[in-house]
Each structure stands twice: as C-alpha cells, then as structure tokens.
Write a protein that binds this ligand. Structure first.
Ligand code: PEP
Ligand code: MG
Length: 920
C-alpha cells in the first residue's frame, strides 16, 4: 500500500496526532491533537511535508496518487460539514495554510476564503443573509489569492480599496457597505485581467490546486530561506498544507477573531494575554489596520465564550506543558480554535515561565533547563537605560520587546544593513514591518513601528530575535519616502540618534546612556539548577581586573586564559616594550624588562584579588614581536618625509635604526614564525621576567590573606622539548621567589595544545605538562590551513554556495538562474561548510585532534586537567562536544559564561536522553 500523505481531522477524531510534527508540520499536528482532545476545531485535512518534498522532487508536479488522496479527503470534508466546494447554493469555503515542523511565523503563505467565485458568493450571501459579509470575504479572497498565488502584489488592491474608502468617506473598512464591496470585487477582477491577461480562476478545484502549490513553493521564498538560515532549520523538511473549513469572524457582531497567549510572552507573568476584534477575520488582528481590543475585555462583551476560551486554553497549556500561543474565531457565538502552538517568548519570560512551571509541578527542573537555547541568554545580558539619566522622551508606544537600544534612525531594511555593515548602530523605524524587513531587523539594535499591536509582526519577530522593540507608537508620523518621522512638532531625519526602551515603550531623542543588566530572581534560580547538573567547569578569558569581575559576576570559576600580550599594548607600556625589542644585548633587554616587571606584577595582583583563590591561567607572551613595532611601510614613508624636510639628523637616525630592526624582525609568515614558546626559548629573559611577575604578585597577594592559584601556560608548543625548556625556567623562578618571600602556594605549569603536532604527540608532551588547554583558534587555523585573519570571505562562500552561481558567485534568482551569466541551473551547488569553523568547532576534523590530545595526554598522565580556551569555549554546540570528550572545563569571554554554564548542563541532560531538544 502506498504511504499515506493526507491526514483528516475533525468530527471529534483525527488521523494524526501531536507527535507527528515531522509529517504534519506544527500546525497540522496541533490541529490533530486539539481534535483528539475534544477541542472545537473546524474540520479539514493536512497534506503532509512528504507531499511537499515529492512536489519538489517532481519539479512542481504532484504524483497522481497524492492528488487522489486529496480528492478523497475533500469529499470526506464535504460530507462531514454538509457543504460542497463550488456549490452555488451552499458553498464550502476553505483556508489553505502552510505549516512546517518548526514554527516560521509569517514566512510562508496562506490563502483564506478559497472556494468563492461569482456564483458561490451569491450563495454565501443568501445562506448567511448577509451580502456584506459575502462580498467582504470575496474581496479578501481576490486580494489574497492574487498576491500569494498569482504574484500580483497586495499593494495594487490596497490602493483601489483606499480610493473606495476615500470616495465613500469611510474611516474604517467596516464602514463600507455590500454594494461598495461588490463594486470592489469587480474592480479587483478587472485588475487581474488587465495585468495578467487572464481571468481570475473561477473553478474552486483549480483554485485549490493553485493555492496548494503556491504554499508548497512558499517554503523556498527568500524570507523563509533567510529565516531557516538564521534559525538553524534544515532546508529539506518542507511544509505541510492544511486545508480547513472556514469559520467566519466577520459575519456580524456576535462574531470575532483573536490571538492570544496563556501567559505574558514579554514578561512571563501568569496572565491571560492577547487581542481580539469583533466582526473581523484573523488577518485584521495581525495586520495592524484596526487597533484590537485587549482579550480581557472579551469577558464583558462575550462572557460565555470568554469562559470557554479560558477553559480550553488552560487545558491546552496543561496538555502541552508549555505556554500556548493560540488563534480563535467566534462565529455566531460559537468558539472555534484555529491553532495552538508553544508560544514564542522573550528570554526573560522563558526563564520565568520555566521556573514557575517547575513550581507548579507542570515540568521537572531538567525539562526547564532544556527549554532555553543557551544562546538566548544573550538577551538577558543586554543593557538597560541608566535610570538616573535625563531623557528627552518624545513618545510612548507598546513595550513590545524589552531591553534598551540606541542608534541612528533608518527607515528601510536595506539602509539598516548598509549602515550596520559599516559598523554603525541603527534603529529601524517603519510604519509597520513585514517579513520583507527581516534582514533589516536582524542587524538593527532596535525596532520602532507606528502601527500594530503586541502581536504584530514587528513585536513577534523582535521578541524572538531578542531585539528591543517599541511597536504601535501612533504619536510618530513616519514618512518612508522622505526618510523622517514627525513627533510632537519635531522632525527626526535619517541618521539622527534615537533610543528605545523596550520595557516601558518610551521613544527617546538622542543617545541614552545604557548600563549592563544584573542577573537576579528567576534567572538566578534557573542558573543554580544548571550549575547543579553540569560537570564541566566554566572559566573566562580575561586580561584585566574589570573583565575578571564581570566574569565572576556571571559565574566564572576561574580564568582560563589571560593573554599577557594585551597588557603590553597600553600607551605607557608600548615604548618600554619597543625598547626591549630593539635591544641588541641581553643586558639592554633585561634593563627594559625590569621596567616592565612591576607593571606586570600589578596586573597579576589585580587578577588574583578578583579571583579569590580560583585558578588563574596566565599565558606567557605569544604574538610575534613585530606586532609591538610600527609598520614597516609606515616607517619607510616617515623616514623619507623626514629626509625631505631635512629634519634633525638624530631623529632620522633613530627612525632608521627602528626601521632596520623592524626589517630584521620581518617575517613572511609571522603566524608560523618566532612566536609562542619559541620567543621564550629564544629570549629566555622574557619568560624569566613574566614568571617573576606571576610569582611575586602571588606572594604579595597571599600576604594580603587572599588565596592564589596561578597556572602558567606555555603557548604554541609542538614538541615535548619546548615544554621542558620553558618549564625549567618557570619552576626555577617559582621556587626561588617563594623561598625569597617565604610563601608557599599551589601552582602548575601546563601548555596550550594549538598545533596538530602537539595533539598527535600529546602523550609525550603530557609527561612535562601539568595541564592542557586547547587553543582551538590556532588549532583550527593550522589544521585547515585557513588563516584566522583572512578566511572570512571564502568561508562565507563555502557556507552559502547553494545560494550562489557556481561560475561567477552572484546570488541566484528564485528559479536558479544567474542574471550575470544568463544561465539557469537544474540544481543548487553543495554548501562546503555548514558553519563558520572559527565559531563552531569542526568536530569531524579539529575535534578529532582534540579528542586524540585528551586521550593521549591522559595515557601518560592519568587525571591530566584539560580545558579549552579558543573562541569555541562559548559556543553551545562546541561546549556539548567538550563535555562528551571529557574535558574538565571550558573558558570563554565573560559575557558568554552563563551561556556556557547552561550549555554544559544541557550536555549532561542530552547525554541522559539522547535525541532530546535542539533543532539539529
Ligand atoms: C587559541 O589559539 O585558540 C587561543 C586561545 O589563543 P589566541 O587566540 O590568543 O591565539
Ligand atoms: Mg593561539
């Protein structure tokens, strides 16, 4: 028997269920599950994601057996509901909606009121005894079908509609009467004929086929592809198509439509939350054309239905054990649930809801910890406006997504991208946003809209992105053609600075001072659960006492990497560093080093004091020395200029000496040259000075009664001999310093493993090293042979090849044609990389070297302490890998410490329940 591709739901029973998201998509699975729970759902059927994939496989043609299944299900629907598609007397109208496994709000297409034509509209008018409603539905259908299926944009119809309103002096859509709408339908059809040179399709079966295929195609529109890419959703899942009997919220005053959440999606508070409109269809609520009412007002207007809605949604929340984002329609005082899904929420809300639901015994602590993507925590770490600041608040809109942002006002998504690429902070200001603005929203610091409610596109998408958003701010008058907005008699032009407070809805002129957030309340509880579960320790990469303090506040359990070179770049130190580099004798070099010693000692004291006994891993000088000197080319120009103006001879000579030394130190491949441990071996006095600073500082801080735990780390080791040579110096200085100061404290000497040879010979190196820390930045660079500094361009190409012309690299059109080469391809090129290997560890290649390094290292030194301090230490997927291969700790930038803490906890939980959570 052929596989089933179409699944019926309705009449109290469904062929699918909530667990079948893979084939029914989220919406279809939700409808089936609701049906099975006895929730009132209009009947219909779901054409599976597999059918979508067949549609693509057969290049836009659906196999005959699937078509037959659809036809049989349509007949069943007609039987269950007692109406027929295209029946002029009693027509069945359906909605045709997309729905993939992962929710992609607003990215794909939907057609409502399908089945209407010149004949059925009359039938509907008679049957409902409401010609206004019938023609309102028809004009909506003509507009939506033309936009989605016939590629004739909605704007054309809106213009005609607005003209009509003007002509009739109508303030709102509802002020137009049946005759107006009838006239509009005629005009809409004429527009289709004029533009497309064909009649609007009148046969409902043809309409259904065309709409079904358009929904399938919308899986691959640019918005959907962009959304999938930014959210890590695979491209090959496909969308299901839900064909469902229409119920009408626009048949009169006992009808309504609305959307809502079982808890507040912005704060997480346990309160019924949402918006509704009387005598309207669903699109009106989200489009922002009419301002909706608060859902709690429905209690007065429609009390019985409100109670029923409360009961049903509470039941759904309990069933799904998560906040529900639902859509409903009331037709003639009868409630229908159209959709339910786990609600998107801000991170602050997600944490509160997870903690509350554990208290309510709805979920366990472990389940709560898996409810957040670690990366989401970033949103909690965003700044807020300094409460003490004086602000020029000019307007207040809806507090759609919390946090604060400041930036230059821009009025178009393209400009936002352009300016953000130049490194500018921008705030995207729009009348209202649409999915076409998503790339601009992605790069903007914040989003401000003049129209729309808390569930408008801008609000929903911004919350999900963790962006500050003020929506529906009707005090601002946005002019997107002249790129400015008016507010209270003032004009804000493109480029003027504005600030937003997404928690209060305030719009502020100028740059508001922002301050870093503190983590308290529910977040503290949540993170304490993560800490109780995780095995990996989390440290921070920090070079200054200030960074170390932030790291401790975020829960770091030590410093995993202090890059000592950063300390030498300070203005007062670089001349001494240059003096040291320029010295030609050891004596002169030591003289310069002795000036650096007290400075380094103070640096380390600051770190020890902040870390209060937690380990502090200090890495000896790593970069090639010329990084501290002026650039060769710049010096050459300077010398020439000085000679031309006959400057003082002694100045010219000094510059020439500097140039000579720079030329001596010049290397063709500095990253593979005299750097890392090679420096300390070549100039042992540098290592001696740094070791003295490390241990003298430790003695001094011990004297203050603070425990210290220095770990000295030798960089870029590839042979055991290198490690031995450097360790000897460090140990000798350590022992001598402790003897001299009569102090004793634990210390260790270990190495970075950041070269393939080090990983491969880790057993030998471990005989000399007390600990390993994987420097996966250099290890990635040297394993792939990709320059850390120059590979951005081609890595982007490797990741996006499926979007590009394989011949010229231009972006391909929707139909896979290249506008430059004038070629149309039959298939996309393969992406060579799925992620940037400098951000997410390449587990297949570099990761295997790490695994080998750990195993070999521990084979000769059982219990060897092993960590990672490359950028990957703060990347959730890489953290999970580090857990799996048995590392002791990860070290990352201070702001990523909480992300790593959660990722480490999730790694333990996923190990217990393989396959749980995550999109991949
Ligand atoms: C590394 O190479 O991964 C590392 C942490 O060191 P750096 O980035 O300073 O080279
Ligand atoms: Mg390195």
């Amino acid at each position: 028997m052929a596989a089933k591709r179409v699944f019926f739901f309705g009449g109290g029973k469904a062929e699918g269920n909530g667990a079948m998201k893979d084939i029914l998509g989220g919406k279809g699975a939700g409808l089936a599950e609701m049906t099975n729970l006895g929730v009132p759902v209009p009947p219909g059927f779901t054409i599976s994601t597999e059918a979508c994939n067949l549609y693509y496989r057969y290049r836009g043609k659906l196999p005959q057996d699937v078509k037959a299944e659809i036809s049989a299900n349509l007949s069943k629907l007609e039987r269950v509901i007692g109406k027929k598609l295209g029946d002029p007397k009693n027509p069945l109208l359906v909605s045709v909606r997309s729905g993939s496994k992962f929710s992609m709000p607003g990215m794909m297409d939907t057609v409502l009121n399908l089945g209407l034509n010149d004949k059925t509209v009359e039938g509907l008018a008679q049957k409902s005894r409401n010609p206004r409603f019938a023609y309102d539905s028809y004009r909506r259908f003509l507009m939506m079908f033309s936009d989605v299926v016939l590629d004739l944009p909605k704007g054309n119809f809106v213009d005609i509609f607005d003209e009509k309103k003007l002509e009739r002096g109508a303030a709102y859509d509802v002020d137009l009467v049946a005759e107006d709408l009838m006239d509009l339908c005629g005009k809409f059809k004429a527009l289709v004929k004029e533009r497309l040179k064909r009649e609007f399709p009148q046969d409902p079966l043809v309409q259904l086929e065309l709409a079904r295929d358009a929904v399938f195609r919308s899986w691959n529109n640019d918005r959907a592809k962009y959304y999938r890419k930014t959210n890590g959703i695979p491209d090959d899942l496909g969308t299901a198509v839900n064909v469902q009997a229409m119920v009408f919220g626009n048949m009169g005053d006992d009808c309504a439509t609305g959307v809502g959440f079982t808890r507040n999606p912005a704060t997480g508070a346990k309160e019924f939350y949402g918006e509704y409109l009387v005598n309207a269809q669903g699109e009106d609520v989200v489009a922002g054309t009419r301002t909706p009412h608060q859902i709690r007002d429905m209690k007065k207007a429609l009390p019985r239905v409100f109670d029923q809605l409360m009961r049903i949604t509470a039941k759904l929340e309990k069933h799904y054990k998560d906040v529900q984002d639902f859509e409903f329609t009331i037709e003639g005082n009868t409630l229908y649930m159209l959709q339910t899904r786990n609600g998107k929420r801000t991170t602050a809300a997600a944490v509160k809801i997870a903690v509350d639901m554990v208290k309510e015994k709805l979920i366990t602590k472990e389940e709560a910890l898996l409810r957040l993507e670690p990366q989401q925590i970033d949103q909690l770490l965003h700044p807020v406006i300094d409460p003490k600041a004086r602000l020029d608040v000019v307007a207040r809109g809806l507090p759609a997504s919390p946090g604060a942002a400041t930036g230059a006002a821009v009025f178009h998504a393209e400009r936002a991208v352009e300016w953000a690429t130049e490194g500018k902070d921008v705030i995207l200001v729009r009348k209202e946003t649409s999915p076409d603005d998503i790339h601009g929203m992605d790069v903007a610091r914040g989003i401000l809209t003049a129209k729309g409610g808390m569930t408008s596109h801008a609000a929903v998408v911004a919350r999900q992105m963790g962006k500050t958003c003020v929506a529906g701010c009707d005090a601002i008058d946005v002019d997107e053609t002249t790129n400015r907005f008016m507010v209270g008699g003032k004009i804000v032009h493109e480029g003027d600075f504005i600030s937003l407070n997404g928690t209060t809805g305030e719009v502020i002129l100028g740059k508001a001072p922002l301050i870093a957030p503190a983590m308290t309340g529910a977040f503290g509880v949540f993170m304490s659960w993560a800490d109780a579960v995780r095995r990996l320790k989390v440290r921070a990469n920090a070079d200054t006492p200030r960074d170390a303090r932030v790291a401790r506040d975020f829960g770091a359990e030590g410093i995993g990497l202090c890059r000592t070179e950063h300390m030498f770049f300070a203005e007062d130190r670089i001349p001494i560093m240059q003096e040291m580099i320029l010295a030609r004798t050891m004596e002169n070099r030591e003289a310069a080093l002795s000036k650096l010693l007290p400075m380094q000692r103070d640096d380390f004291k600051g770190l020890y004091r902040e870390m209060k006994g937690y380990p502090v891993t200090i890495r000896l000088l790593d970069p090639p020395l010329h990084e501290f000197l002026p650039k060769r080319e710049e010096l050459m120009v300077e010398v020439t200029k000085l000679e031309l103006i006959h400057a003082d001879r002694s100045i010219i000579e000094e510059k020439k000496r500097l140039l000579e030394r720079v030329e001596e130190l010049h290397e063709f491949n500095p990253m593979l040259g005299l750097r890392g441990c090679r420096l300390g071996i070549y100039y042992p006095e540098i290592t001696r000075m740094q070791a003295r600073a490390i241990f003298e500082a430790a003695c001094d801080v011990t004297r203050e009664g603070i425990r210290v735990h220095p770990e000295v780390m030798i960089p870029l080791v590839s042979m055991a001999g290198e490690m031995r040579a450097q360790k000897e110096i460090v140990v000798a200085v350590a022992e001598e310093t402790m003897r001299r100061h009569k102090k004793k404290f634990p210390y260790t000497v270990g190495t970075m493993i950041e070269l393939p040879r080090a990983a491969v010979t880790a057993d030998e190196i471990a005989t000399e090293a007390d600990f390993f820390s994987f420097g996966t930045n250099d290890l990635t660079q040297t394993t792939f042979g990709f320059s850390r500094d120059d590979s951005g361009k081609f890595i982007q190409n490797y990741m996006n090849r499926s979007e590009l012309c394989p011949q010229c690299g231009a972006k391909l059109e929707k139909d896979l044609s290249c506008a430059v080469c004038k070629v149309t391809y039959t298939k996309r090129a393969e992406n060579i990389l799925q992620a940037d290997v400098f951000a997410t560890l390449d587990q297949v290649g570099v990761g295997q070297l790490v695994r080998m390094g750990v195993e070999k290292g521990r084979s000769t030194r059982p219990g060897l302490k092993v960590g990672i301090c490359g950028e990957h230490g703060g990347d959730p997927k890489s953290v999970e890998f580090c857990h799996r291969i048995g590392l002791d700790y990860v070290s990352c930038s201070p702001y990523r410490v909480p992300i790593a803490r959660l990722a480490a906890a999730q790694a333990v939980l996923r190990e217990k329940k393989p396959g749980k959570g995550g999109k991949k």
